[in-house]
Design a protein around this ligand. Structure first.
Ligand SMILES: *Cc1c(COP(=O)(O)O)cnc(C)c1O
Length: 383
């Protein structure tokens, strides 16, 4: 079995058997001719299955160490499909500090259909235990969390929920399979916004689920083909192409992020920096135990809220835009953007205040990124 860096480049199928093509073909076909009545090439209709999408699904499954992969039109499409494995009346414990769109999906949609959610700080394991109820069927964690970089213990959460026959669902978007494999620590389902590190170029939107539960392969495929929020062949190809450089991008993005985290720590306008690579991060030891790196994500509190618009307006290399994980460095204001859907009191309790800024560090020259921040902090200086 090839090692991770080789799988990244070659994927599940290193070349096209029919033509020798080194890049997986984009099978831009809605339907597939049947050889005879009752016979199939394995592909019938592209909502159900498509060869390009299938190659992506197998590749991400290999990278996560899972048996099955499923690709969706977005990360939200993937998360929504996963929640459909559960039933009204089921209770799910969820990280309180997570992607705002996931909060909205659970709280504004699934809650209305009778699903029960508890929002807790899952980086504090005692709170996870305390939140369990007789009807608890799953724990859904995002680790590291978005945007506060809290780290939850995958193994402890998995053991806890398995004792009652439930499932652990992990959103692994922030670290990607290059740095973290939740299935290896007992998670049952891993979900990705493939839009982020996997695709990596801010050029497409995608979602992936990986798991190894034989009993759930067919139910999940059925949800995927019945709902139809599947990834198109071209978008699947873009994600495959992105994955080829996932390793080199992650190494560069995490090295750049480390420099920027330390730069911010010394910046007098910054009150506090959230970065899992700091030795004084509350879950530093846990990060080292369950992940191989620290991604390119850094959040920080400004001392003065008035600095927020100044920075967002003045950055030139950083782009003021939502999303993360791509080669371009982005700056986001979670309070009004990614986490706007979360009620103010919950945002405040989770630490998402109006002085919080989130950076997704790209692969540019890190000195340009630091000078850009420096200039944005002091827009009136002549440098
Ligand atoms: C972006 C994101 C999502 C949603 O994914 P989309 O591809 O935008 O639908 C889910 N979880 C996390 C952690 C994200 O960053």
């Amino acid at each position: 079995m090839p090692r991770r860096d080789t799988i990244l480049v070659h994927g599940a199928t290193p070349f096209d058997a029919a033509t020798g093509a080194v890049s997986v073909p984009i099978y831009q076909s809605a339907t597939f001719r049947h050889p005879a009545l009752g016979a199939s090439t394995g592909f019938d209709y592209s909502r159900v299955d498509n060869p390009t999408r299938s190659e992506l699904e197998k590749t991400v499954a290999l990278l996560e160490g899972g048996k099955y992969g499923l690709a969706f039109a977005s990360g939200m499409g993937a998360i929504s499909a996963l929640i459909k494995l559960f039933r009204p009346g089921d209770h799910i414990v969820v990280s309180e500090d997570l992607y705002g769109g996931t909060f909205r999906l659970f709280n504004e949609f699934y809650a209305h259909y009778g699903f029960l959610f508890s929002w807790v700080d899952t980086s504090d394991f005692s709170r996870v235990t305390a939140a369990l109820r007789p009807e608890t069927k799953a724990i859904f964690i995002e680790t590291p969390s978005n945007p506060m970089m809290k780290v939850s213990d995958i193994r402890l959460c998995a053991d806890l929920i398995h004792q009652r026959g439930g499932y652990l669902l992990v959103d692994n978007t922030f670290l990607s399979p290059y740095f973290q494999n939740p299935l290896a620590f007992g998670a049952d389902f891993v979900v990705h916004s493939g839009t982020k590190y996997l695709a990596g170029h801010n050029d497409t939107v995608a979602g992936i689920i990986v798991h190894s539960c034989d009993a759930y392969d067919e139910p999940l495929r059925s949800i995927q083909r019945s709902e139809g929020a599947t990834l198109s062949p071209f978008d699947a190809w873009l994600v495959i192409r992105g994955i080829k450089t996932l390793g080199v991008r992650m190494e560069r993005q995490s090295a750049n992020a480390r420099r920027i985290a330390y730069y911010l720590k010394e910046n007098p306008r910054v009150e506090k920096v959230f970065y899992t690579g700091f030795e004084d991060h509350p879950q530093y030891a846990l990060s080292l135990a369950q992940a191989r790196g620290h991604s390119g994500m850094v959040s920080f509190y400004l001392k003065d809220k008035a600095d927020v618009p100044v920075i967002l307006r003045n950055v030139k290399v950083f782009l003021f835009a939502e999303s993360l994980g791509g080669v371009e460095s982005l700056v986001t204001y979670p309070w009004e953007q990614t986490h706007n859907a979360i009620p103010e009191s919950m945002r405040a309790a989770a630490g998402v205040t109006d002085r919080l800024v989130r950076l997704s560090i790209g692969i540019e020259d890190v000195d340009d990124l630091i000078s850009d921040l420096d200039a944005a902090f002091s827009p009136n200086s002549t440098v």
